[in-house]
Design a protein around this ligand. Structure first.
Ligand code: F0G
Length: 482
């Protein structure tokens, strides 16, 4: 570890980089924010970025890039086939994961598409620690179904469990006994479970899952999109990883898996994705799909510039100074909110700060989308754009009723190295104000509801005039402008 200071040993947020390029931001007056969120159908995905002060929607494709990444983009070798850039990326991927074969794809869900198409058959069951939205949809579209094998602690929003993302091994044994290994094309572990608050998975748990998979001849697949946070948490929370380098932890994790895929919009801090395997036969089986859906085998839908940036991004993903920034800023964000008694997911995870909307706005019925209502209210009072990670992000039940999510969360993503602590403090202050005035927040109802993945483009309206009342109270307390 380089440059470790006492301050950093305390896990306090301290930037080990300097800012050399900046982008101007706007903070619209509150009346315009109210107009903007209504025009966006109360869906933060549909806001225009110029209406947003702090874009905490996601860390996908929004992490800051390093000078080395930008420099590397200039030497990109543009060629449809056989580009040198591809071979540089392939070497970086092989070094990071220690696997032989690499297939490029344009982003994470494209890898999920290729994997589901190649491996999942009608009636198959895919056990996983927790689902991700696009992953589940791809498996369902192949006629398979997902079984979530999370441990009880995973969906408890308040917990001190350091590895809430771990898979429940008893449940894994039980599902294999129930459906038979021939109906399980793979077991998937998501490193840094997105939908339950970016909670990590321990190296020891992956080892145990891998043993069970091997015993039954089932492949183990890792979704490594959120792997940097997971590496950081293993380094600081898993005793056996304390004296390992980040690169060593990465290899220890990756050696346990048969298939790994990743969104390079997250891991690699650029844009793209890829699949890695050691089995030649499996590689050959999947490789034929890449030119059909993604692009030729030496770019897979990525621009060569982005591929160069991913190659360097993967190298930088083994630097503790780089990967600690996100989780440490999130922990600081959590500490500030907890000082105001705002209900959040604990322990603080990776990716972003997660508010527990079920407790924050418990007076709103689940069918009126607690987390979606809170995320709209946060935008109105702060100009910060978060993401709903609750009932609205679920598909409805077969009978058309709402599937109330296990965890009703609002995510405020902290793309790595993008925001300052004063910006984090500003959002925390506004959320604290909102918490004091939470009784003013009301529900939402759909006006346009797509049948699949409705959270992306669905449109909603406020149930009553609570948003106008919220704005009136805000002006009373803060004055007219911001
Ligand atoms: N797996 C995980 C764990 C993810 O978080 C994501 C994306 C994907 C797969 C799909 O990757 O976006 O490159 O196609 N998560 C983004 C988010 C969208 O905002 O959390 P992708």
């Amino acid at each position: 570890m380089s440059n470790i200071k006492f301050f950093k040993e305390e896990n306090l947020a301290l930037e080990m980089h300097k800012v050399r390029i900046v982008q101007k931001l706007n903070l619209l007056p509150i009346d315009e924010r109210l107009r903007a969120i209504k025009e966006a159908g109360n869906n933060t995905f549909l806001l225009r970025n110029k209406e947003v002060y702090l874009d905490m929607l996601t860390d996908s494709g929004t992490n800051a890039m390093s000078d080395r990444q930008l420099g590397a983009m200039m030497i990109a070798d543009d060629s449809y086939a056989g580009s040198e850039t591809f071979y540089r990326l392939e070497a970086a991927v092989q070094k990071f994961f220690g696997k032989k074969y690499f297939l490029p794809a344009h982003q994470g869900r494209a890898c999920e598409h290729i994997l589901a198409k190649s491996l999942v058959k009608e009636g198959d069951v895919v056990p996983m620690n927790y689902h991700f939205t696009t992953t589940k949809t791809h498996i369902n579209m192949q006629g398979g179904r997902v079984e979530e094998l999370y441990k009880e602690e995973a969906v408890k929003t308040t917990s001190s469990d350091p590895f809430k993302g771990d898979m429940d091994l008893n449940k894994l044994n039980a599902i294999i006994a129930e459906v038979g290994s021939e109906h399980i094309p793979f077991v998937r572990i998501e490193l840094g479970t997105n939908l339950i608050g970016g909670q990590p998975v321990s190296l020891s748990n992956i080892e145990e899952v891998s043993k069970i998979c091997k015993k039954h001849g089932i492949r183990l697949m890792l979704d490594a999109s959120l792997m940097t946070d997971n590496l950081y948490f293993n380094k600081v929370r898993e005793e056996r990883c304390k004296d390992m380098s980040i690169a060593e932890i990465a290899r220890a994790i990756s050696d346990l898996a048969d298939i790994i895929y990743f969104s390079a919009r997250k891991l690699g801090s650029a844009k793209g994705g890829g699949i890695v395997v050691n089995e030649k036969e499996l590689f050959d089986q999947m490789k034929v799909l890449i030119p059909i859906y993604e692009g030729f085998l030496t770019y897979g839908g990525m621009s060569t510039r982005e591929m160069e940036a991913v190659a360097i991004g993967l190298e930088e993903a083994t630097d503790i100074d780089m990967i600690s920034h996100g989780p440490e800023f999130i922990a600081e964000f959590a500490r500030i909110l907890q000082s105001y008694n705002v209900p959040i997911v604990t322990p603080a995870g990776g990716l972003g700060l997660h508010l527990n909307a079920r407790e924050f706005v418990g007076h709103i019925p689940g069918e009126k989308y607690q987390a979606a209502s809170l995320v709209a209210a946060i935008y109105i009072v702060s100009g910060a754009r978060g993401m709903e990670r609750g009932t609205l992000s679920e598909e409805k039940n077969a009978d058309g009723s709402e599937h109330i999510a296990e965890c009703e969360l609002v995510r405020l993503a902290l793309p790595r190295r993008v925001f300052t602590l004063s910006q984090v403090r500003f959002v925390a202050d506004r959320i604290a104000w909102l918490y004091e005035n939470r009784h003013l927040i009301g529900g939402l109802k759909f006006v346009e509801e797509p049948a699949v993945m409705r959270f992306f483009i669905g449109r909603l309206e406020a149930d009553g005039d609570w948003q106008e009342k919220l704005v009136a109270k805000f002006k009373e307390d803060f004055g007219e402008s911001l």
